[in-house]
Design a binder for this molecule. Sequence first.
Ligand SMILES: Cc1cc2nc3c(=O)[nH]c(=O)nc-3n(C[C@H](O)[C@H](O)[C@H](O)COP(=O)(O)O)c2cc1C
Length: 357
Amino acid sequence: MQQTSASITTERKHSHVEICLHREVCFDSTPTGLKAYAFEHNAAPEIDASALDLSTSFLGRNIGLPLMISSMTGGYGDALALNRTLAETAEKYDIPLGVGSMRQTLESASHRDSFAIVRKAAPNAPIYANIGAPEVAAGLSREQLAILIDLIGADALIVHLNPAQELFQPEGNTAFSGFLDKLQNVTATAGVPVIAKEVGCGISARVARRLADAGVQAIDVAGAGGISWQKVEEYRYLSQFPEENRFSPSALGELLNWGIPTADCLTDLRQLRGSCPEYAPLGVIASGGIRDGLDIAKSIALGADLAASAQPLLKALHAGTLDRTIETWMNDLRAVMFLTGSATIEELKRAPIHKKH
Ligand SMILES: Cc1cc2nc3c(=O)[nH]c(=O)nc-3n(C[C@H](O)[C@H](O)[C@H](O)COP(=O)(O)O)c2cc1C
């Protein structure tokens, strides 16, 4: 029986979760670059560790702490339970949640409940819709945009940029021509803020400028250091075509680890926001290899408004330790705030941090 594009998308979303849970698909040696930074210790913090305020705001909304559950899933049967738990967690901690790519909802009416569940389980948390650059480049109608946003009562729309993933994906779509013009149509008509994110190869200031010029209000850098989507898709490719060699063996290693480390994206964007007033309002999310509350704190001191995490939270959910993971990260964050004398997240943004020699 011939597969429809909707059934291919459904199958792919399921296999992504399974591969990210059970296979070694992270960048070699987790090179986010964040470990190279250290905070300057404040021996006289003059604040109380019991009275730290982790709340902050993003895209005009107050949130409980500077953490977002990054876009992951939806569009197949088992995704409903995953998204329900992720949404309940977002609601509990008052943090944003991104759903996975909603391409499937544009191809078929089945499994829409696996997305719609998030708004039911999280009536108040900020929820972000998600669609890929290839779908944007192909042209999204107003009706299609309305499906994405209305289905989950989205507070913002994330457009993911994933050229390396599409390049490695067995059935990938690498037609990115005209993307920025089409993105401009989306930002003008979506009716909600648009966030541009990578999926693990990072966004430079040079690219961020072009995205902001197209009307994007925030950038999620999703830099190198966490999941390598080249590795995920290479795994899927080799399971379908075990004998085929797409890239020369010497190039493959470097291509599988292709991308800008998360910390480099953040310092690049900090420089852009600091030196060009027209880009100062651009929101910045740090993601790609965020693994604890220290990574969150460093990201904020390096210029992010909040950090986001995907695979570690998926693994924690699978292990039944999602709440414990988030609370441990909150404790890490509180420790850094106290030891840098930062009573609030705004103060943490100004905490002295240095690259180690
Ligand atoms: C199982 C899984 C599915 C994902 N699906 C999407 C997606 O549909 N859309 C998207 O923008 N990013 C997707 N991502 C990428 C994440 O949002 C994130 O950018 C990336 O995994 C890097 O973050 P991490 O190192 O914390 O995992 C997915 C990640 C995981 C683990």
